[in-house]
Design a protein around this ligand. Structure first.
Ligand code: XCC
Length: 655
């Protein structure tokens, strides 16, 4: 299938045309919906992506500096420095740090909202009640919070305060969640490298400061700040929101759920929730089941109310309640393009601005709920923890009213849905597999050759969802167990890889036997992107159980389709833990390019001089934290690469 239409020899890759995307994408419904929009003259991301070709090579290679108002400056052989004098290494590293800071702020704001809801819930100022009591007790013990003789609400508020403090602290006290959960070997390593962070708030602030005009021109110092901010991202942002959400709404348990566009139903009021922040989503989920609102829908001519999710909000609902997931980030315009959606309720992040145009064509109501995420023309019902349940009822009522008035003649819902086993929280994994000791034994004996976490977004730069599915099938056939979150997980769920039959269909002995014996699929959907923290805890638990540091164990991370800035932090969280990362598309770094016309993947021996920034990520990090970043856009080669690296670890361990 390679190379594809748009060639970027200076990047050593090619990217697909719209036709190639339609042909290669594994979900047939995607193709049908892109063509439906095409016939109706409505554009979506695929069209806008093609209109942007060719994309700017300076930007793609991290050699375009936009850090100050004198720029943009293009760094070339003839112009090796920007107007201010910054060289290519400072430019590339500075932009990368800003991307990481943006991703950290995004997850951090999400975390902040959940934590405020948790604190107010503990004070009985909201309509929510604390469901995840076991998590409150676990954290209270880890944080040394007094439990004796105190009621749950008081303990919960103290736990919330520690998590809020971890997210926002300015002084040099280490992040308490990190100190409580990270392995000592790692804390010592980070301490030696002088990268222990204060909090997400502080490190984002400092990262922006360090990358302003005339601030820091030492790329190595920026790299150090990158590692520090990654630790803040991991231990105060994603852990904070994951833990607080589990306290509020409970720790997911294994269940079956459905995915795909076909969960939308003709004759029903179809509501989609979309974004990342669980509290409003939870409130809408409660309201959608309200008998009175169902009666109201029937009075207005509907058969009932259907609720579905998109992106991480959808995955939260899927993991916790089995509420169906419709699609991921690049399917959102297509979902609305079915013409079946009455209301799309969005909270924060990954909401493509393009949905407004599509929604306008079908009379779909877009309802924003967060001040940080406004969309022109959308109705705004602000999320307030104190009134969330009443507001959600208003939202559902509005969706019912839209159903009654909207033109439904251009409706097309693709057939076919996939059933998947979901809800693999850390505890649920242990319930199925018998705890970290048992998983350690399976790894040692080779029943499971390694664990690879395949996560993150979708990008227009590769055939939508194709590489995610192709890589995971290959990994499973090579005996690796996979955990997954975020938009990648939707692709895998939809492709049937999270169904128990997939172990036999794609996995070879002994992995297939191991999965059958425990009644699990070879791909464990652990939730939304902040739930990467579940895989991080799983890796740490196995490390403790086997008494082998994480960096020596057969683990790997793959972000096959990186797009959101948050994915930079996701990868770096694992790198700092000692887990190597595969990225499915070259990052915005000055990658080495072939000198000759070798074509993709053929010119390893004829590269131009490597940038020290690239060397830092691909080599030096190995010495510093025991893990490195590899880029490989072609899934078969990526599987080989991951297999090779894991095999080296197994050999060193004598396994
Ligand atoms: Fe966004 Fe979370 Fe990426 Fe998907 S995976 S594009 S961040 S929705 Ni999280």
């Amino acid at each position: 299938m390679w190379p594809m239409k748009y060639k970027y020899p200076k990047l050593n890759v090619s990217t697909p045309s719209k036709e190639e995307i339609k042909e290669k994408t594994p979900g047939r419904a995607t193709k049908a919906l892109i063509e439906k929009l095409e016939e109706e003259g409505i554009s979506c991301w695929v069209d806008r992506y093609e209109a942007q070709q060719p994309q700017c090579l300076f930007g793609l290679r991290g050699e375009c500096c936009r850090l100050c108002l004198m720029g943009p400056c293009r760094i070339t052989e003839k112009t090796p420095r920007g107007i201010c004098g910054l060289d290519v290494n400072g430019v590339a590293m500075g932009h990368l740090l800003r991307m990481l800071a943006a991703g950290c702020a995004a997850h951090g704001q999400h975390t902040f909202d959940v934590l405020m809801t948790l604190k107010k819930t503990a004070r009985k100022e909201t309509g929510f009640t604390v469901v995840g009591e076991e998590r409150v007790h676990e954290l209270a013990s880890l944080f040394g919070i007094e439990k004796n003789g105190r009621d749950l609400t008081a303990i919960t508020e103290d736990v919330a305060d520690v998590l809020i403090d971890d997210l926002t602290r300015w002084d040099e006290t280490p992040i308490r969640t990190m100190m409580a959960l990270a392995p000592k070997e790692r804390i010592d390593t980070w301490n030696k490298l002088d990268i222990l962070p204060r909090s997400s708030f502080y490190e984002v602030f400092e990262s922006l400061h360090r990358t302003t005009l005339g601030a820091n021109s030492d790329w190595r110092n920026l790299a150090k700040q990158d590692l520090r901010t990654s630790l803040a991202y991991c231990w105060s942002s994603i852990f904070g929101s994951n833990l607080a959400t589990e306290i509020l709404f409970g720790v997911p348990k294994v269940k079956t759920g459905t995915v795909s566009y076909s969960i939308l139903k003709e004759g029903y009021v179809n509501i989609l929730v979309h974004g990342h922040t669980p509290p409003m989503v939870e409130a809408v989920a409660v309201a959608a089941k309200d008998e009175k609102l169902t009666d109201y829908a029937r009075e207005r001519g509907a058969k009932g109310i259907v609720l579905g999710g998109m992106c991480c909000s959808g995955l939260e609902l899927l993991a916790r309640y089995g509420v169906p997931s419709v699609t991921n980030i690049l399917g959102q315009e297509l979902a609305i393009g079915t013409g079946a959606v009455d209301a799309c309720v969005v909270d924060q992040q990954c909401v493509l601005p393009g949905i407004s145009e599509v929604a306008g064509c079908y009379g779909t109501m877009i309802i924003t709920t967060h001040e940080s995420n406004r969309i022109p023309g959308a109705l705004h019902v602000p999320y307030r923890p104190e009134t969330a349940l009443d507001d959600a009822r208003k939202i559902v009522r509005m969706a019912v009213d839209t159903f009654a008035s909207r033109d439904r003649t251009k409706m097309y819902i693709p057939e076919g849905e996939t059933v998947a086993m979901v809800g693999f929280s850390r505890e649920a994994i242990y319930e199925k597999l018998g705890g970290p000791e048992k998983i350690g034994e399976a790894l040692t004996s080779g029943k499971v050759r390694g664990i690879v976490t395949v996560v993150s977004c979708n990008t227009s730069k590769v055939p939508y969802e194709h590489n995610q599915v192709a890589l995971v099938k290959e990994l499973v056939s090579r005996g690796f167990l996979v955990t997954t979150t975020g938009c990648a997980s939707h692709a895998l769920l939809n492709a049937g890889l999270c169904d128990t039959h997939a172990a036999v269909r794609y996995g070879q002995k002994p992995l297939a036997d191991y999965c059958s014996e425990h009644g699990i699929p070879p791909v464990l959907a652990t939730g939304a992107c902040v739930d990467n923290s579940r895989t991080i805890r799983l890796f740490i638990d196995i490390s403790r159980a086997t008494d082998i540091p994480v960096y020596r164990l057969p683990f790997f991370f793959s972000g096959v389709e990186p797009s959101n800035e948050k994915s930079v932090g996701a990868g770096m969280s694992f790198v700092t833990l000692g887990v190597s990362v595969h990225s499915g598309f070259p990052g915005q770094l000055p990658v080495p390019v072939p000198k000759s016309k070798g074509g993709p993947g053929k010119a390893d021996d004829a590269m131009q001089e490597r940038s020290p920034v690239v060397d830092f990520f691909s080599k030096e990090l190995k010495e510093m934290v025991g893990a490195a970043i590899y880029t490989e856009p072609y899934p078969d080669k990526a599987a080989k690469l991951i297999d090779g690296e894991i095999q080296k670890k197994r050999k060193t361990l004598g396994w």
